[in-house]
Design a protein around this ligand. Sequence first.
Ligand code: MN
Length: 233
Amino acid sequence: MSSPDAAYVFEPAPVPTLPVSGSQALFPVHRIYCVGRNFAEHAIEMGHDPGREPPFFFQKNPDTLVPAGADFPYPPETSDVHHEIEMVVALGSGGDNIALDKALDCVFGYAVGLDMTRRDLQAEAKKLGRPWEVGKAFENSAPCGPIHPVANVGHPAYGAIWLTVNGELRQNGDLDQMIWKVPEMIAYLSRLFTLKPGDLIFSGTPAGVGAIVRGDVMVAHVDGVDEVTFKVS
Ligand code: MN
């Protein structure tokens, strides 16, 4: 005879969550989508044409999130780990084929996150035409601050987005430099995937990506959203 608590052959992993600013409630994370090359100056620094090509996406696994207050552990099998500061869009609802003028209605809130990248492994994957997971979706590859509800921060469309390492400015841009704006990335993604409550979208990084080493302290700031600190351990 089975019983409800014998339904799994082993204990399922806990649902990944992020704290919600100003609340005791947790935001349960479903999927993590990331937009590539969404700032022209970053596309150029990575050797690409910054034209308005259709956006492209990759994913990280929800259990790669690192909450604010924890360290970013330097990952294995790499000697070139880069920071990429990004504004993170947190969805409270989803769907398929979401209309552009309804897309912002899906947003629960915003956070400041880091799309940490094993650049050497990503470069090798690009060269060989292989998938990017080893470069992008490794353990602890998605440090992310708490989610700030739209009721508190609105829908940030302009304002500084910057990152310092040990107090030195490394990345510096403005949200208004995004090639694909938040409603556009939601509408576009929803044609490719069924978006769900709990989905996070890392919305792309401005120019100035670079390497970090153990002991570095990264401070990531988006005007009107948050400023979060992650130490590399
Ligand atoms: Mn990125």
